[in-house]
Design a protein around this ligand. Sequence first.
Ligand code: TRP
Length: 443
Amino acid sequence: MSKDRGQWSSRIGFIFAAAGSAIGLGNVWRFPYMAGQNGGAAFVFTYLICVMVIGLPVMLAELSLGRSTTRNPVGAIEAIKGNSLWRGVGILGVVTGVAILSYYAVIAGWTVGYMVSTAIGKELDFNAFVASPGTVIFYQALFMLLTILVVSGGVQGGIERWAKILMPLLLLLLVVLIIRSVTLKGSLAGIEFYLKPDFSKLDFNVVLQALGQAFFSLSLGMGLMITYGSYLSKEDNMVSAGLQVALFDTLIAIMAGFVIFPALFAVGENPAQGPGLVFVVLPKIFKAMPLGNFFGAAFFLLLAVAALTSTISLLEVPVAYFVDEKKWTRTKAVWILGLVTFLVGIPSALSLGASSIFTQINFSLIHQKGLLSIMDFIWGNFSLALGAFLLSIFVGWIWGGSKALAELRAGTGHFTWQGEGWLLIIKFICPIVIAIILLNLFL
Ligand code: TRP
């Protein structure tokens, strides 16, 4: 084993790191704007079903594959199936990691920009902010640099330490913001939008968005959980660890919705306005609070840290691949991949008004306009769902469900009938349901 590989110091270390990867902009930025665009409660309800029925089983599949092989996604597949076409699934994960990180760092940069401006009491106009090329690229570059510095520190030193301290603080601040939001005048309509499903709003497109969001939020479909699982020890109870991560992640997303939607309706904003949603609504909440600048700056700081524990995980997958398979040093892999990712992300950074080509570009098949939204759909929804589809077939049928199940049972007190249920889902339900939802995109 190369010295540039690592292991978690404890199971708690893994839970914090995996939760740190899962909890991020997906929960606070992406979930509310997707729910707002897709009919509110009907989306939320579908999302919860996707997390429980598809997301959690796929997470266990990735973790078992990772721990059993102790490799990155490409190496893990190779360890089982040799140099076959299946390696392509791992490669897809590596590419997807770079692609998601490229635009994710842009949004993460916005949070830093909002933190600074809130702290100094300057009110930002969202549209003007994202249309200024120098500003968005500056913050994007800053965020990539932070990510690079942490990832070059290695698994334990870098990733674990950050997640442990700041995640609990984020939870606390969310509670404060929920209280402020639901006590605003006119917030009730928002709670209704968020919780009372109108199923006539449900169609295949909404289901695809909800499924994609489940994978995105739980960090699934590109082998991140294979990679993080590979740093687990054989004595760890992966099943309960995975369950805790999924619960915690879902809790944060649901809480973020309780912050955004009541306030959104109280101030009469449009729920379907897209990626800028939380950046428009949050400052209004802070404005209506005593010590609003302080709470606002603290919130954007914690959100930036949550985003950082996610960006480091997105970079870790390609890094682990180049360290394990190509024998690069960690430092070399981190810097080269970080730089490439930054360059790939620049067009996305410019796609909210700074450059008209990237802003106007549209993809009619999926009704998305603007490069950032298109990238987010292709990589953050489609590619993750495709990856999860292929991984469930690989684990259930190629590796063999019984071997995966044995790996999951090691370190687990009981996973008897639940294990059989998991096997059934990973072999049949996951591939079939994901395939139907994906195919429908082209029909
Ligand atoms: N889950 C993170 C979020 O919700 C994003 C993320 C980090 C991710 N690592 C990932 C998504 C790996 C898919 C795969 O913000």
